[in-house]
Design a protein around this ligand. Structure first.
Ligand code: GAP
Length: 455
């Protein structure tokens, strides 16, 4: 019997992630830095696989989407035009009793643009840290942009920002991409990259971090097609995360009310996932109207409108934007994949990852460290390693080695035993069923491919 533990806690995931080399605190030997996390060897494979899967689904599978890779630091005028310099803010309050700082919306339990509504609610609210009631300062805005200086002089003229989202670079390169790739509306530009936000309260492990990675698509459409395309991408994103292996009953759409939407968005929705701390935003999809190209057009003085040859009309395209964080998705995937089951006296922990995202696809295990078995096992490893992330493990009992692979979600283990020397065959063990089958070494690559596809 296998099951997700009744209450799978964040602590369980944090501990597994550290012990097995998925995620470490950044600069941990110095005590770490709040809101910054590193990916260890298996975490690095996991996030690479997530990025590749996203790129296949949002770029390669589309007839009209192209990729882009823009810089993290750009001309600061871009962020003035986008509104980030003035409005990329979160509401902040301090508790006057314990001096802890909070996001006002987190303490109040709702989001609004009207700061006085927070003050009203917080006048009768307990501080989550010290428990005192009504000790909050009035809510005020805090700008989350990280600042730096470009060049050798640290003054206002050399001020620049680390991008708070990858989208801005896409809008700034709209004309270059349009002209060089000969795309016609509708078409999309996709980008994966780092973004930086000086979050007031980073936390919940890698859920809310200050250095994050986003996978964003800006899909440019005719204004009258925007609603239809928004609905299409909304469903496409949900289907994609389901296909990656997220639990269906832990996912839901959360449509934003007018008060919760960015002022430029005509419609927006979150795909929420039920993390250990409750349902939270995983994926954001928005109809951003013509706001971005209009603003960047004004800011740069360039005409970012589009001329439609077919209808001989000129318009500023609307943008549909699906945007998701790589780390936040990795956390949801680890949470969905985690299961425990009793095998005899032991608890078997299995990350039931979809093979597409599993850090290691196949482990090759010589039954013992024998001078004949190890070279044959090495040959088997070489047959597979160029195509799949394959691990070679020859230490400790075979049972312990299976458990180690289960815990990192390796779909298949290939054991080379003494019979292999005679029958030129190996045992392939399936992670989920623990079933084993004998496969001729000559047929192994084909068998592995079929087995991985059968999960
Ligand atoms: N360009 C639109 C945009 O950036 P967003 O809702 O602020 O929209 C999109 O961010 C996605 O990026 C979120 O749904 C989430 O997956 C991820 N994300 C945002 N802030 C994050 C943070 N501080 N830590 C981790 N992921 C974050």
């Amino acid at each position: 019997m296998n099951s997700k533990p009744e209450a799978l806690t964040m602590e369980t995931l944090v501990s597994l992630a550290k012990r097995r080399g998925f995620i470490f605190q950044s600069s941990e030997i110095y005590g770490g830095l709040a809101g910054f996390w590193d990916y260890g060897p298996y975490g690095t494979e996991l996030v690479r696989n997530i990025r590749e899967s996203w790129w296949r689904a949002f770029v390669y599978a589309q007839p009209n989407v192209v990729g882009l890779d823009t810089t993290i630091i750009q001309n600061p005028k871009l962020w003035q035009a986008s509104g980030h310099v003035d409005t990329f803010v979160d509401p902040m309050v301090d508790c006057k009793n314990c001096n802890h700082r909070f996001r006002a919306d987190h303490v109040a339990g709702f989001e609004t643009k009207d700061l006085s509504k927070y003050d009203e609610k917080l006048a009768a609210t307990k501080c989550p840290n010290c428990g005192k009631v009504g000790e909050f300062t009035p809510a005020r805005h805090f700008n989350m942009m990280f600042k730096t200086y470009v060049g050798p002089i640290d003054d206002e003229d050399h001020l620049a920002y680390l991008r708070p989202e990858t989208a801005g670079g896409i809008f700034a390169q709209f004309l270059n991409v349009l002209e060089s790739s000969r795309q016609k509306i509708p078409f999309g530009i996709a980008q994966i990259g780092k973004a930086f936000r000086n979050e007031i309260t980073p936390g919940d492990f890698i859920f809310r971090v200050r250095e994050l990675e986003q996978m964003e698509l800006e899909y440019f459409v005719k204004p009258d097609k925007a609603r239809e395309e928004y609905a299409r991408w909304k469903q496409y994103c949900m289907d994609w995360v389901l296909g990656l292996g997220l639990d269906k009953d832990k996912l839901r759409f959360y449509d934003h009310e007018k008060d919760e939407r960015a002022h430029y968005a005509a419609e927006s929705v979150d795909i929420q996932y039920e993390f250990p701390m409750g349902f939270k935003e995983l994926y954001g999809i928005a109809n951003r109207t013509d706001y971005d190209l209009t603003q960047q057009g004004k800011g740069s003085g360039k005409d970012l409108s589009y001329f439609d040859e077919a209808t001989k009309t000129r318009f500023v395209p609307y943008v549909i934007e699906p945007s998701v964080g790589v780390g936040r998705l990795a956390l949801a995937l680890m949470h969905s994949a985690y299961t425990e089951e009793k095998v005899g006296e032991e608890t078997r922990v299995v990350l039931r990852f979809n093979p597409e995202i599993a850090p290691v696809k196949v482990a090759v295990l010589p039954l013992s460290k024998n001078e004949q078995l190890v070279p044959l096992a090495r040959e088997v490893f070489t047959m597979l390693a160029g195509k799949y992330r394959t691990e070679f493990d020859e230490t400790q009992s075979i049972g312990r080695r299976y458990r180690r692979q289960d815990e990192i979600g390796t779909p298949l283990c290939v054991t080379v035993d003494f019979d292999s020397l005679e029958d030129k065959a190996v045992t392939v063990r399936h992670r989920d069923t623990m079933k084993q089958e004998r496969v001729k070494i000559a047929k192994l690559p084909e068998a592995i491919e079929n087995l991985l596809a059968s999960f």
